[in-house]
Design a protein around this ligand. Structure first.
Ligand SMILES: Nc1ncnc2c1ncn2[C@@H]1O[C@H](COP(=O)(O)OP(=O)(O)OP(=O)(O)O)[C@@H](O)[C@H]1O
Ligand SMILES: [Mg+2]
Length: 348
């Protein structure tokens, strides 16, 4: 941590930055999973196999890590960040966790596990990447009552992908749990919990409005919300700001490429034509726009003025030749031929 960061965190009483993008295995910090935890605890006690499905960033990995935390004292949870690539690897990892000799065959390991008192939970993330051989070994393990397998994967795994990998493994799955994106209230609660976890108070130094803004813009995706918060913190440290309001967040969202793309898509046909000129001209003048678009000088000036109002274009004085216009940095960066073809497709 730089001294600047250290001072900023000290001033607002935070022990560290609470907005890490990595998944979290702290059940107290995740929101909206209460029902899922209850269901999963039951299924795991019964030795059932379950699939957790959800879109990108919906908390699948976090949920598995929380299960690892919840069960670490009375079961043996084994977390796989991705399915093992081979049967040998699967055996090696399980043997390591059980402190067994890892030079055993699948049959021998099965036999040992069958006679063991250990209650094992295999937590397999990114299960959509499972291969046939590993699936076959899991099918064997799945039949043991002291082993529960929890898979997590992107939507479509249970109905589409797994039956194609190994139908008889799909048949052994008792339940599918779908993770939804969060509501705006849940996003706000998730942010509050993180801030309080590092010693902060409520949503401070964010204003209530700023947090509502984040909840709205992130559309229920926790990862997006955390990204916005951490970008806001970085800006606040840089500018020594101790109250983060909507203005700071607007500054951040305005600078995001996805926002710029959305802005370009919403432009009128003439505005799009002007933006398109920047692909072949680093700077333009009203004269050029007038000729290229076959419009009057006034109309050419008006369309450029609108683009400046929308903060897509800036002007500078050209020596002795009046003003010239150029795209703002982010527009310049994303303005490839592809963008022009796709996004600026002229609706005329
Ligand atoms: N329910 C939740 N409450 C609070 N924070 C959450 C919640 N779900 C996810 N997060 C946070 O959002 C971020 C993304 O979560 P996570 O990595 O677990 O999602 P994922 O579904 O595994 O994503 P991917 O599909 O990309 O693997 C993490 O920082 C995580 O802590
Ligand atoms: Mg994940």
């Amino acid at each position: 941590m730089s001294s600047e960061e250290f001072e900023w965190f000290e001033k607002i009483n935070w022990s560290k930055n609470p907005f890490q993008l990595s998944p979290i295995g702290k059940p107290d910090l995740v929101v909206g999973f209460d029902e899922e935890f209850q269901l999963l605890e039951n299924y795991i006690r019964l030795g059932y196999d379950v699939i957790i499905e959800g879109p990108y960033g919906s908390g699948k990995t976090s949920l598995l890590l929380c299960l690892e935390t919840i069960f670490k004292d009375n079961r043996l949870p084994i977390f796989f960040y991705a399915p093992p690539e081979s049967v040998a690897e699967l055996i090696q990892i399980i043997s390591m966790e059980l402190k067994l000799n890892d030079e055993v065959s699948p049959q021998v390991l099965y036999h040992k596990l069958r006679r063991s008192d250990d209650k094992i939970i295999l937590l397999i993330d990114e299960a959509h990447d499972l291969n046939f051989n590993v699936a076959k070994m899991l099918r064997g393990l799945s039949d043991l009552l002291n082993i529960s397998i929890i898979y997590s994967a992107l939507n479509g795994f249970s109905f589409d992908k797994l039956p194609k990998i190994l139908n008889t493994l799909a048949d052994r799955v008792q339940e599918i749990i779908y993770l939804d994106l969060l509501s705006e209230e849940e996003v706000i609660l998730a942010i509050k919990k993180r801030i309080e976890d590092v010693g902060g108070n409520e949503v401070s130094p964010f204003t209530e409005d700023a947090i509502k803004f984040i909840a709205k813009v992130s559309e229920g995706a926790p990862r997006e919300a955390i990204k916005l918060c951490s970008a806001a913190i970085a800006l606040a440290i840089r500018d020594s700001i101790f109250e983060i309001g909507v203005d700071v967040l607007e500054k951040i969202t305005r600078r995001r490429p996805s926002e710029i793309v959305r802005k370009l898509q919403r432009l009128g046909a003439r505005e799009k034509q002007v933006i398109k000129l920047f692909v072949s001209h680093p700077v333009i003048t009203t004269g050029l726009v007038k000729d290229e678009l076959s419009v009057s000088s006034q109309a050419s000036y008006n369309v450029i003025a609108r683009l400046m109002e929308k903060e897509l274009v800036t002007s500078r004085e050209a020596e002795g030749r009046g003003n010239e216009y150029l795209p703002v940095g982010l527009v310049k960066r994303i303005l490839t031929q592809e963008i022009v073809n796709d996004i600026l497709r002229l609706n005329i």
